[in-house]
Design a protein around this ligand. Sequence first.
Ligand SMILES: *Cc1c(COP(=O)(O)O)cnc(C)c1O
Length: 359
Amino acid sequence: MDYNFTITRTTNPKEKPAPGASLGFGKYFSDHMFMMDYHEGQGWHDGRIIPYQNLSMDPASTSLHYGQMMFEGLKAYRNPQGKINLFRPDMNAKRLNRTNDRMCIPPMDEDLFIEAVKAIVKVDEDWIPTEQGCSLYIRPFILSPEVSFSVLPAKHYWFVIIVGPVGAYYEGNESKLHGSHIWVEEEYIRAALGGTGFAKCGGNYGCGMKAAYEAKKRGCEEVLWLDAKEHKYVEEVGTSNAFFMIGDTVITSSLSGSILPGVTRDSVLQLLRKWGVKVEERRLEIAEVMDAIENGTLREAWATGTACVISPIGVLHYHGTQFPINNEIVGDVSQRLYDTLYGMQIGTREDDMGWIVEI
Ligand SMILES: *Cc1c(COP(=O)(O)O)cnc(C)c1O
């Protein structure tokens, strides 16, 4: 379908970061942005590409006060044929609608979402970095500029997509994964059943910051969240999904409602099943993980997400003691998953899963 997004090009292009500059994450943004309105009775309309600019909203806008908003995150890569690769954007479109439903934001046609992503990436394709491990990060989000102090769903929304070059997650040597230190969080929680844990909304991140901040002060990169009710079952690692390989079985939390259904999580599960590795999606007690460390059966653990792809867990900090996993050596399964997924994303490996969408 042709949505006829209008394009207004900037007359004042920015200077791009110098080749080899440290790109970071969320430091640079491209020359343009995608924007579209929703009005009750009219639906989503006036999709347009405009010069990157500030959003102007009344200070009484409802999203600023009550957090009715959502976001998504995905990446674009330049492949060796010079085309652009997106990774499973249909999954982001589906998740956007599940989040929207939870946040009382109107749904959007999946096709419209994907075409909007393609359009902004195409207009700013010169911003896709080509250095090893770097990519163009795509951040779609929805918020409302409607003036209201009533705690009610808005009737007018903006859908915005901004994009920008981001650096390698593993700064310096892309092929060299390393194990991170993870704090097992027993005081704070991320999400309770019935809450917004499965939705990609800012509130989840705001509420998780204090735990991550305190974990960093204690020398850890992230926290391992436990369930909200009993603080007994492992859920996620920071803003990534968590996997544990005990014996020859890979275990991850089932999508119970408090877990964010990661696109990377789903891809990892599919690859492992294809490779004939035993996988279980179930509740996993932190006690079972600690027992497995103690009796030597916890072979590997890793986190998954769009930003890192695969991030091995090197050490768990639990009850004042540090427990190394696999002697802090990156495991074969973590490495194979990373090489396979990242290779498909940048186009150096054949995509035999039908996951890559070329622009
Ligand atoms: C986005 C996110 C993930 C990872 O999802 P991907 O689609 O793999 O990037 C995991 N957990 C949380 C809490 C998230 O917000």
